[in-house]
Design a protein around this ligand. Structure first.
Ligand code: B1M
Length: 205
């Protein structure tokens, strides 16, 4: 069952993935395992891209399939709490178009009890800072997936810090490490979406 999900994401079969995820759920597969399977499939896609076996269009259709699968999975992953813990502004930094991981982080943080203000992808500092000034913003969460957009993450954190408001800044994304997060002055780094939700709750506790 999970093999099928894995295979369909890699092959970018967006039309078939919904049924495969539903089938896996019906057969008792845990939603978290289905999600891990899809993430692992995206790793295979990334490796194939790196090795020159596939190109950007194939990566894009795999991403579409992954998004469809996540949509199907969402009601089973997110408990849908009411935003009682405050607002979280989230976005992928300037120059970076990757949003699957950011969307997962948003979904998990939302289900942990926050209201999400999602700024999308390729978010410039000029958009992050005013959004973070909104009333009730407790956390600003920034995602970066490319080594080339790590400087944009650093600039975003610096601008948010310079704004001097009382919110916490969380960072993450594949190339980001705790060391880098410390260096740029973020309040928290987590490696995945589940840990991000847990950390968000800790930050406002
Ligand atoms: Co791109 N891409 N991509 N890509 N892409 C990667 C990231 C890459 C590793 C592939 C590779 O070469 N192996 C590589 C980056 C190399 C590097 O910088 N070191 C790469 C490249 C090079 C590029 C382009 C430059 C390719 C080109 O044009 N030549 C280009 C850049 C475009 C741009 O952004 N300006 C590009 C484009 C694309 C697509 C648009 C085609 C597509 C994105 C579609 C979309 O997102 N809507 C795409 C895809 C799909 C990938 C891979 C294959 C999959 C990304 C993904 O969704 N992973 C990726 C390889 C890989 O990741 N294995 C790759 C699944 C997702 C769940 O994981 O996003 O890591 P991730 O999120 C994780 C954690 O990182 C963490 O939680 C999530 C899981 O729980 N996390 C956070 C994320 N944000 C967080 C924030 C937090 C905390 C945790 O707190 C705030």
């Amino acid at each position: 069952m999970l093999n099928k999900v894995h295979d369909l994401v890699i092959r970018g079969k967006a039309r078939l993935i919904t049924g495969a995820v539903a089938e896996a759920l019906e057969n008792g597969c845990a939603p978290g395992d289905i999600l891990s399977t899809m993430i692992a499939a995206m790793d295979v896609v990334g490796d194939r891209f790196q090795n020159g076996e596939i190109f950007v269009p194939e990566m894009l259709i795999a991403a579409k399939a992954m998004k469809k699968g996540v949509e199907e999975l969402k009601p089973h992953l997110a408990a849908g709490a009411a935003g009682a813990l405050g607002k979280v502004v989230i976005g992928t930094v300037a120059g970076d178009l990757h949003d699957i991981g950011k969307n997962l982080v948003a979904m998990m943080i939302e289900s942990a009890g926050f209201e999400i203000i999602d700024l999308g992808v390729d978010v410039p500092v000029e958009k992050f800072v005013p959004a973070a000034r909104a009333e009730g913003v407790m956390i600003v969460a920034c995602s970066a997936l490319l080594t080339t957009t790590m400087p944009a993450l650093e600039a975003t954190v610096a601008a948010l810090r310079a704004d001097g408001r009382d919110y916490r800044i969380m960072v993450g994304g594949a190339p980001i490490t705790q060391e880098f997060a410390d260096k740029i002055g973020a309040d928290a780094f987590t490696a995945d979406a589940a840990a991000a939700a847990k950390k968000a709750r800790e930050l406002v506790a």
